[in-house]
Ligand binder design. Structure first.
Ligand SMILES: [Zn+2]
Length: 145
């Protein structure tokens, strides 16, 4: 009795599983998640390179590259590398070119990037290995020039 019930439930379960499996396969991308993120990172990098190239000629196009890179990052849940995060304004998402539409300053171990387009600024904390030497006063300033 129990055995037949189990068999039955197994049967209907199997049907359900093949159906969901079918659906899953339909939406499943050709690459697995980490591969997809690797591709996404590569594309983001390329887009920022393109943005850098076109910025002097066409600022709007550069901004569109940034938007596209952000969309790819969001879609694939990929983090934009920190060195590229500094290259666009997180408020107005415009591509930032130091000396032209952005200003970079360091203060108290933080990088402050101000966007001249929207007059907002963002702070980036420097996280480096010299955190340990930071605790020892008067040591790092001389060794770091
Ligand atoms: Zn801005």
């Amino acid at each position: 009795m129990i055995l037949s019930q189990q068999k039955n439930s197994h049967k209907s379960n199997h049907k359900f599983l093949t159906f969901t499996h079918f659906l899953y396969n339909m939406s499943k991308p050709a690459f697995n998640k980490s591969q997809q993120q690797d591709i996404a990172k590569e594309r983001i990098k390329i887009l920022f390179e393109e943005a850098e190239k076109t910025f002097s000629k066409n600022k709007n196009l550069a901004n569109r590259y940034v938007t596209l890179a952000r969309k790819i990052a969001m879609k694939t849940k990929t983090k934009i590398p920190p060195e590229l995060k500094r290259k666009f304004c997180k408020h107005c998402y415009s591509y930032l070119q130091p000396g032209i539409n952005s200003r970079t300053r360091t203060r108290n171990g933080k990088v402050i990037i101000s966007c001249l387009d929207c007059k907002n600024f963002m702070r980036i904390e420097l996280k480096k290995k010299n955190e340990q030497t930071k605790n020892i006063p008067g040591r790092k300033s001389k060794s770091k020039i």
